[in-house]
Ligand binder design. Sequence first.
Ligand SMILES: C[S@@+](CC[C@H](N)C(=O)[O-])C[C@H]1O[C@@H](n2cnc3c(N)ncnc32)[C@H](O)[C@@H]1O
Length: 196
Amino acid sequence: MTAPTGIRFIGIFMGIPSDGKFTLKDLPGTGKRVDVLCRSLAACFDWAPETIQSDILEFVAVLSPDRMLIVKKPPDCAYKGETWWAEVVKSSLTGAPPDFVEDKVISLDQYLQEILNEDRLYLYVLEEVGIPLSSISVTTKDSQYSFMLGNHLGFDEPTHEIIQNLEIQPISLGQLSYLGSHCVASVISHFERMVK
Ligand SMILES: C[S@@+](CC[C@H](N)C(=O)[O-])C[C@H]1O[C@@H](n2cnc3c(N)ncnc32)[C@H](O)[C@@H]1O
């Protein structure tokens, strides 16, 4: 089985203070659940990948209707954890992003239209009800896989509308509701199992 050339997560985290004004000592409260984003980032780049080349991973954090942080693999983030990621998010939101983070001004709708123009791009939304993750297999060389996921409350109404208008295929890990970080790790491990 061929390996994908890209795996991207698009996390919708609209409530997080986009001016970066939160304290590292109280991420759930002052950060309005920025901890959920940080755990997903840690899963994506830090602890979940085992055999996959982590430079094919990307995490897009949608933080307001027209702003997102596009995060790639940091040079070395092994076992840095949630607070380290919170510092990365904070400095990115206060005008000093590290070189593995791009602060992009674009709406979610425009961004999705942009990536849908990429060659061999498969876009899915992670939801409790959908076709099973196990049904995804990489059959085309140079294919890119993108998965949208919600925050602790799921998706907000405008995002639901975008998902419906673009008819994005729902993919499920089962009927139980899992933490976003668990979903990120499951998707990575699914692709790893496929190429073993
Ligand atoms: C903590 S869950 C949100 C749960 C929330 N109770 C809801 O109603 O959506 C965060 C995100 O993880 C993803 N997720 C959680 N469980 C899932 C499952 N069983 N299959 C696929 N995706 C799931 C979804 O994208 C969800 O929006």
